[in-house]
Design a protein around this ligand. Structure first.
Ligand SMILES: Nc1nc2c(ncn2[C@@H]2O[C@H](COP(=O)(O)OP(=O)(O)OP(=O)(O)O)[C@@H](O)[C@H]2O)c(=O)[nH]1
Ligand SMILES: [Mg+2]
Length: 558
């Protein structure tokens, strides 16, 4: 393994920062999510980034999906056996004087609720493109969420070690299809599949790579000055140089405004181009900034993105007393302890373990004695955290996704609610062995709290047969798997022929419920829903009952 000096031409902004104060600690933090269509290589890249920052010393995701055993972000049994990420994972590591909070997200559309929640907790995103596939449907959807939330996007074109599309074709796709202008930082020398090395667009230097066997260690590399590269690499270098200069250079302002995207190339599996990406995150991704709050004004609080404020709604500045919100709850991380962990994104102030905070939803005090940092499945006690960090609170059983916590001695704050999705799949759940009913009920409660599935209760079926509601059917599989493996209760699921949920006002309940083929259910927040076969069923009902109002679940960001 060779050392990975020297770095690319980027100079991290504000590398010399006095440590210790909330403002300076926030300034050296970068919180970023990796997003894309399934299989583009997010988990592989997450691991490669940690490898480059020396947070781990060997990549585990190097043997293809089937044999994957040790990917730090894909830790659960079901993820390892299937080779897909079904839930997001957080890693934190130091790099070059900065603290990086990196969130790997699941690409599968069925788990997009989880990915969307993560996007509320980061300040920037790395959008991964598979070199041979370009912009895939789920990537488009996620990019759209970033745009709406004002999350600036860095683009990494992955799998350049394999045959793929042309570089200019990929750039065109970004510009034509999503109106995002790519501004290259690096440029591949040699087309996809016949990859020679990377050109640094800023100074014309080049780096060639030879993959370490199996790709588990950092790739061997060789650096060339611009003059040497032109001589040694010949036409390939000249082509790369000419093409790279057809596009504009990086521009921070338009990047933060979501108009341009710094673009890099590489191969996560072979650890190529990964260091440049890390340097780019440090140099360009915004540090944590003022966070929009839910100030009770009409309409939704709009996000502030990058440095560009897009809202008149109130904000919580990073140097105000501690505040944060729960964006994820995960159980079963530690088999021996059966605990569950609430992931809190710190928005302002210094978090100190043991401090008493107020749980905004209940107004009750909440002790934070068991606070941990998270690294995939590994956790360690932490003493303090700063804006941008993810704090894991253990056995925080009263906490639910979307809840706000704030310093009990500071001013009250509430962050906007989490985006919830309109479910499109419904199934009646029951326990196979009635002797396991207690475990079944506990599991249902747990899975709901984590947001693995939504749980609806129908008066006619009762508590013992809750209706599970999901954005995609894979969520059901996860619920079933976890029910069996964590709670030793086998769950029977009877899929219902229903696909649309609408809110119903209390005064209309009896009338809607009297109509055949419509199921009335209660959601956790006591909202009453009517479940319909399909959208045609809804429209037909509306036509024949003009006096009744059905309200669409518009929280879905589609
Ligand atoms: N050839 C090549 N294969 C890669 C590269 N990066 C990732 N892969 C492979 O692509 C497959 C998918 O990688 P993952 O990292 O699991 O992809 P993901 O985006 O996390 O997938 P989901 O979490 O399921 O959405 C694996 O077989 C990887 O080994 C790369 O740079 N080159
Ligand atoms: Mg993954």
């Amino acid at each position: 393994m060779t050392d990975v000096q020297p770095r690319s031409g980027l100079k991290p902004a504000g590398a010399v920062i006095a440590a210790g104060t909330v403002t300076s600690e926030a300034a050296r933090r970068r919180s970023i999510a990796v997003i894309s269509h399934p299989d583009a290589g997010k988990s592989t890249l997450t691991e490669a980034l940690a490898l480059h920052a020396h947070a781990i010393d060997r990549a585990g995701a190097t043997h293809g999906k089937a044999g994957r055993s040790g990917t730090v972000s894909d830790w659960s049994e079901i993820e390892r056996s299937r080779g897909i990420s079904i839930t997001s994972a957080a890693l934190q590591f130091e790099y070059d004087g900065h603290m990086i909070n990196l969130l790997d997200t699941p690409g599968h559309a069925d788990f997009s609720e989880d990915t969307y929640r993560v996007l509320t907790a980061v300040d920037a995103a790395i959008m991964l493109l598979d070199a041979s596939k370009g912009l895939e449907p789920q990537t488009l959807k996620l990019f759209d969420v970033c745009r709406r939330r004002g999350v600036p996007v860095i683009t990494f074109v992955n799998k350049w070690d394999r045959p793929g599309k042309g570089v200019l074709e990929l750039c065109d796709e970004l510009e034509q299809r999503i109106g995002l202008r790519p501004t290259p930082l690096s440029w591949p020398i040699g087309e996809a599949g016949r990859f020679v090395g990377l050109l640094d667009r800023a100074d014309g230097t080049a780096r060639t790579y030879r993959k370490a066997p199996g790709g588990a260690l950092l790739a061997e590399q060789h650096d060339f000055t611009a003059a040497d590269a032109a001589r040694e690499l010949g036409e390939d270098y000249q082509t790369a140089y000419d093409e790279a200069h057809l596009l504009e250079p990086v521009d921070v302002e338009s990047f933060l405004a979501g108009k341009t995207t710094p673009m890099l190339f590489g191969a996560a599996l072979a650890n190529i181009g990964v260091r440049q990406l890390l340097d780019t995150v440090v140099a360009l991704a915004p540090a944590p900034h003022a966070h929009p709050i839910d100030d009770g004004a009409a309409g939704e609080a709009k996000p502030v993105g990058g440095f560009t404020r897009m809202t008149d709604a109130g904000v919580r500045e990073v140097d105000e007393p501690f505040s944060g919100f729960v964006f994820k709850i995960q159980a079963g991380m530690d088999k021996n302890h059966r605990d569950h962990l609430a992931y809190v994104r710190v928005c302002s102030g210094r978090f100190e373990r043991g401090m008493v905070v107020t749980h905004e939803r209940t107004g009750r005090p909440f002790a934070t004695k068991y606070a941990q940092s998270v690294f995939g499945r590994d956790r360690e006690t932490i003493e303090e955290a700063f804006p941008g960090d993810v704090v894991g609170l253990v056995n925080a059983s009263n906490l639910t996704v979307g809840d706000t916590l704030f310093d009990a001695d500071g001013p009250h704050v509430r962050f906007p609610p989490m985006p919830a999705f309109a479910p499109e799949h419904f199934a009646v759940a029951s326990v196979r062995d009635p002797g396991r009913s207690k475990q079944f009920r506990k599991a249902i409660e747990q899975l709901e709290q984590e947001g693995v599935v939504q749980v609806l209760v129908s008066a006619s079926r009762g508590d013992g047969s809750p209706i599970l509601a999901a954005v995609g059917p894979l969520q059901f599989e996860v619920a079933q798997f976890r029910m069996e493996h964590e709670f030793s209760a086998v769950m029977r699921l009877d899929v219902m022929g229903l696909s649309v949920a609408r809110m119903v006002k209390p005064q209309d309940l009896a009338a809607v419920g009297a109509s055949s083929g419509i199921e009335i259910v209660r959601r956790r927040d006591d909202v009453m829903l009517a479940l319909f076969r399909d959208i045609w069923h809804v429209r037909g009902f509306e036509r024949s009952h003009p006096g009744l109002e059905l309200i669409a679940l518009d929280a879905s960001e589609d």
